[in-house]
Ligand binder design. Structure first.
Ligand SMILES: Cc1cc2nc3c(=O)[nH]c(=O)nc-3n(C[C@H](O)[C@H](O)[C@H](O)COP(=O)(O)OP(=O)(O)OC[C@H]3O[C@@H](n4cnc5c(N)ncnc54)[C@H](O)[C@@H]3O)c2cc1C
Length: 475
């Protein structure tokens, strides 16, 4: 999708922010952009509901102003003004949220954090890097490569998402089996609270026994509890050795069982992806499911991991390993999506994690549920991230209808209860606005803890209202 809003397609709505608010932002020395172009661009993310509007030339939610902080002091000032006038604030990194997390409330301050782009210092001895929340994936890796280090977080949105967004969404990269998810990669954070006070949480040490982990309170908080300004992340040695394999699998469930056995033996190859026949046809021109494996790192450890893979796949036929190269070359290509949305085809993905013992049933019920829905033209699945006790099933569906929004909503309304009935809710896309209507039920009585924390940290409810189901009507 183009990074800039199409020119000439939108009727600019005037900013609802009063002169007093704009004067206060100006007086605080902040960089503020109230042009229609900037507000339109910051009025959407990658949530399909947002994309429907964009495809129709509409702005999903006009923010009142875009504020672009240069440092923590600017964020403190912006939040102080927002608190004084009780204006909602939506933290924005790359705005690649697919669940509406970065879509502002109408009239809100869109807080564009991409100016927080400092990288370092780096502790190469320990493997730790301090990094600004607004740093994009390629810039972080480019800074670490000369030092022989990598963070190893490679979401499909790697090029257009930021460190702050990875952490705030509790995301997972494509190599997370080896390097861990965003939640595993962080040691400590700098955060600014709704009242404009900044503080450090966590530490640089590998662990501490100092009460509940306050770093993790902000990991996954989706801009509702505080603004992450900096993070201390793990930086691993860059891999010097790599092995790849591709296998023919006769059916998806058999492939899942192979994955389970590999993980249960303690082997955790960086990439272990199993595609059903529809996705194997779409991505690799195959007529049967395919299992792709890639591991990297220390040669001795990688060889050990891959020998477990070989043992557990002994009943499968090897395929041309070039399939892995094909996956690597195309894994971040999302160019076809905008075209489909432009034609009125609704395309989305639903990712859920569950124990191995639940996956076969989940697969059957969710695919069945989607395919039975009026308007669905395609529903498929792959296994994307695997753990000792379970894995992530990543469903892709496409549908058409006179009212695409109604179809989209119906698809989620169909799938989420089926998933939640088996204890599955999400894996790495977060809650945002889209899953907000399900989160209370998913968390049960413990949702009251989240509400109490929100009430304490953000009593005026100005931080990203509606997201996580907190402080606003869920979509
Ligand atoms: C094509 C595509 C592929 C994707 N693939 C993956 C994938 O493989 N893995 C994955 O995990 N996700 C994936 N995503 C989802 C998305 O990219 C991730 O959630 C990403 O981590 C968001 O980062 P961002 O910088 O774009 O954050 P944004 O979209 O700007 O924000 C996401 C949420 O975090 C909050 N936020 C952002 N920055 C901060 C901050 N500094 N402090 C507090 N809150 C903040 C926002 O308010 C919002 O609620 C994909 C998205 C797309 C469009």
């Amino acid at each position: 999708m183009a990074r800039e809003y199409p020119r000439g397609t939108v009727d600019a709505a005037p900013s609802p922010l009063g002169d007093d608010v704009l004067a206060a932002l100006d007086f605080a020395g902040l960089v503020v952009d109230v042009t229609a172009a900037a507000r339109a661009e910051h009025g959407r993310d990658w949530w399909p509901v947002s994309l429907l509007d964009v495809a129709a030339g509409r702005v999903p939610a006009w923010p009142g102003a875009v504020v672009i902080p240069r440092d923590e002091a600017d964020i403190e000032a912006a939040l102080s003004v927002a608190a004084r006038f009780c204006i909602p604030v939506t933290a924005q990194g790359g705005r690649s949220s697919v669940v509406g997390g970065a879509q502002p409330s109408p009239g809100a301050i869109a807080l564009d954090l991409t100016g927080l782009d400092e990288i370092g210092p780096v502790d190469s001895t320990s493997g730790l890097v301090d990094v600004g929340a607004g740093v994009f994936g390629p810039d972080l890796e480019a800074a670490l490569a000369p030092l022989g280090l990598t963070v190893g977080h490679f979401p499909q949105s790697y090029k257009f998402s930021t460190v702050g967004g990875w952490l705030a969404s509790r995301g997972a990269g494509q190599y997370s089996n080896r390097y861990g998810t965003a939640a595993d990669l962080v040691r400590g954070l700098r955060v600014t609270l709704a009242n404009g006070r900044s503080m450090s949480v966590g530490a640089r040490s590998p662990r501490a026994s100092l009460g509940p982990d306050l770093t993790q309170l902000f990991v996954g908080s989706e801009g509702t509890l505080g603004i992450i300004t900096r993070a201390t992340l793990l930086a691993r040695e860059r891999p010097l050795y790599e092995e790849r394999r591709a296998y023919h699998v006769s059916n998806f469930l058999e492939g899942l069982e192979v994955c389970r056995r590999i993980l249960r033996r303690g082997a955790s190859p960086a990439v272990l992806r199993l595609y059903d026949e529809l996705e194997a046809a779409r991505h690799f021109d195959l007529t049967h499911p395919v299992l792709l494996v890639l591991d990297e790192g220390d040669e001795t450890l990688t060889r050990a991991t891959m020998s477990v893979v070989s043992a557990e796949t002994s009943s499968l036929d090897l395929l041309d390993v070039a399939l892995v190269e094909r996956w690597l070359a195309h894994r971040n290509d999302v160019s076809s999506l905008a075209e489909l949305w432009g034609r009125g085809v609704v395309v989305d993905t639903i990712e859920v994690a569950a124990p191995w013992s639940e996956l076969a049933t989940l697969c059957e019920t969710i695919l069945g549920g989607l395919r039975a829905l009026t308007g669905t033209v395609m529903a498929s699945v792959h296994q994307s991230h695997a753990y000792g006790d379970g894995a992530c099933l990543y469903f892709t569906f496409a549908g058409v209808g006179d009212d695409p929004l109604a179809y989209y909503r119906a698809a989620w309304d169909r799938v989420m209860p089926l998933a939640m009935a088996r204890g599955a809710m999400s894996h790495h896309h977060g809650v945002g606005r889209n899953r907000a209507r399900f989160v209370r039920e998913a968390l049960g009585a413990s949702y009251s803890i989240l509400e109490a924390i929100k009430g304490e940290l953000d009593p005026l409810g100005i931080l990203n209202p509606g997201v996580l189901g907190l402080g606003g009507d869920p979509w």
